[in-house]
Design a protein around this ligand. Structure first.
Ligand code: C2E
Ligand code: MG
Ligand code: MG
Length: 511
């Protein structure tokens, strides 16, 4: 190096060119190495940043910026561990917006997304800072709170604040959404402040979900704490759900029949079909247990069609003067093709439409009145009669009664039962006068004794049914009953006015 410098300054001889080249090569290598080192460090920093943002994205819900389900489960498990070490408790809170599907259906998914973002913002703002908040999917949010196990009320206070600050009206330009929520809480300590063993984020989430489900069941817009009994109830309910699905596949649902009688003459005029579940595990199950579940899990249409099909086969053996009544769930009336489906079924089974009477309850009058009205009208055009069942227990208004095409009103058995005490006949009296005024015939349900029967007879010309005439019976029992009375289709001599044949022809024409 000194030699090179001397030679460059002109004060010395030129060094050996080989050595000079070697030196220049060395300098070039050093510069190259340094630049490579600098590039590599920059590249690593860049990659770290990308990895960090990928990790954040993988943990985050892109719409609301909240944590996602996987990250929340991990965060809760970690929080539970650190709180355990510090002698604190953790509450996992699950929040589900009520009726969010309707918000989407009525306003579109764009507005639905905005509601979710706004709700997430409100939720984060009203919770203590550093609270992990997640969107678990759809309209389901969650957060986890550390609290003093001796003071679980502090969790109630925060949850009440969430109801006040996050719920309520959301204004979005032209759309105004009133949001309520159902909330479930599960903690890793019991109400007395004792820690529970074997918990982690996943179990806490599952329990909060069960508690939230209970809040929904109890009427929504409320919160509930997880209790151990809820889990067994849920297990039983899941068993029922799978039992119902299996029962449909195995044909375990069968129609029973209850006699309907002309109260004046005592003559049998028809039967109401009532579903029973002959469950392999549970024995004979009443419809009050399985119908609401079948409605919720979306199999009521299929179940009802199976029962109707069987009932049409059974009823074709009876005297064609006898009518067949069948209960139709409000859920079935939400299907815009219900009327077409029922008419198709009548044609397939070759059952005369005029012998069928469908019974709908007041609840179905509040949903999509226009659709219900036109469906009932098209069924009536084809000869099917429509009764308003359990009248008086819902909210049918006089104008609905006037404008909807009903052929008959059925007085709920809770009012009929009251007739045992003669002072209590006012409601039934009023319903009978209403029926007379609207020219709608009346059937009284739940006639259990002679006293009720004679009171009803004095009120006018009614039809009736109830345990006084007999309990609901199987198809075989009904067949025997009709055989004895000479009222089976085959055993009955053809009489003037019998219109089973023309009606069947009618059906064929419609087909
Ligand atoms: P509903 O249509 O009002 O049927 C009358 C109910 O009252 C029947 O109960 C019947 O057994 C009962 N009952 C009849 N006479 C008397 C009496 O004198 N005293 C008392 N205490 N009760 C009497 P069930 O069979 O348990 O049916 C309950 C409800 O389940 C029905 O009420 C109906 O709303 C529904 N349901 C039954 N079958 C079906 C079905 O196939 N589809 C739908 N959607 N609902 C059904
Ligand atoms: Mg009924
Ligand atoms: Mg009824």
């Amino acid at each position: 190096m000194p030699k090179v410098l001397h030679s460059l300054l002109g004060t010395g001889a030129a060094p050996d060119p080989l050595l000079t080249n070697a030196m220049l090569l060395n300098i070039a290598l050093i510069i190259f190495g340094w630049r490579r080192y600098r590039d590599l460090t920059a590249e690593i920093a860049e990659r770290r940043k990308a990895e960090e943002s990928a990790r954040r994205l993988a943990e985050m819900d892109p719409l609301t910026g909240c944590l996602n389900r996987r990250a929340m489960e991990h965060t809760t498990t970690e929080l539970h561990k650190s709180c355990k070490a510090a002698g604190k408790a953790v509450a996992f809170v699950m929040v589900d917006l009520d009726n969010f599907k309707q918000v989407n259906d009525m306003n579109g998914h764009g507005i639905g997304d905005k509601v979710l973002s706004e709700f997430a913002g409100r939720l984060r703002r009203c919770l203590p800072p550093e609270t992990p908040v997640a969107r678990l999917g759809g309209d389901e949010f969650a957060f986890a709170l550390a609290y003093d196990p001796k003071n679980p009320d502090s969790v109630d206070e925060i949850v009440s604040r969430v109801f006040q600050a996050s719920g309520g009206r959301i204004e979005l330009g032209h759309a105004t959404i009133d949001s309520t929520m159902s909330v479930g809480i599960a903690a890793d300590h019991d109400a007395n402040g004792h820690p529970a063993d074997g918990l982690d984020g996943e179990i806490l989430m599952h329990r909060a979900d069960i508690a939230m489900y209970r809040a929904k069941k109890d009427g929504k817009n409320r919160y509930s704490w997880f209790e151990a009994t809820m889990e067994s109830e849920l297990r039983f309910r899941n068993q029922l759900e799978s039992g119902i699905r299996r029962g449909i596949a195995n044909g375990e649902f069968v129609p029973y029949y209850e006699q309907q009688v002309d109260l004046d003459t005592g003559e049998l005029v028809g039967f109401e079909m009532l579903a029973r579940w002959h469950s392999a595990d549970l024995g004979v199950v009443k419809p009050e247990v399985f119908i609401p579940i079948a409605e919720e899990i979306g199999v009521i249409g299929e179940l009802s069609e199976m029962l109707l099909r069987q009932a049409f086969v059974d009823a074709k053996e009876w005297d064609p003067q006898l009518t067949l009544s069948a209960n139709i769930s409000p859920v079935q009336l939400r299907d815009q093709w219900f009327a077409q489906r029922l008419l198709k079924l009548l044609v397939e089974c070759n059952f005369p439409a005029h012998r069928l009477e469908i019974e709908v309850t007041e609840t179905c009058l509040h949903e999509n009145m226009g659709q219900v009205r036109s469906m009932l009208a098209s069924l009536r055009n084809q000869g099917v009669k429509v009764s308003l069942d359990d009248f008086g227990t819902g909210y049918a208004s006089l104008s609905q009664l006037r404008t909807l095409p009903f052929d008959r009103i059925k007085i709920d058995r809770s009012f009929v039962r009251e007739l045992r005490d003669s002072d209590n006949s006012k409601i039934v009296d009023a319903i009978v006068s209403l029926g007379n005024g609207l020219q709608m015939p009346i059937t009284a349900e739940g006639i259990e004794d002679e006293e009720i029967l004679s009171t009803l007879r004095r009120m006018g010309q009614l039809k009736g049914q109830g345990y006084l005439y007999g309990r609901p019976e199987t198809a075989v029992q009904v067949r025997e009953r009709l055989q004895t009375a000479g009222r089976l289709a085959a055993s009955r001599p053809v009489q003037p006015g019998d219109d089973s044949k023309p009606a069947e022809d009618d059906n064929r024409r419609r087909a």
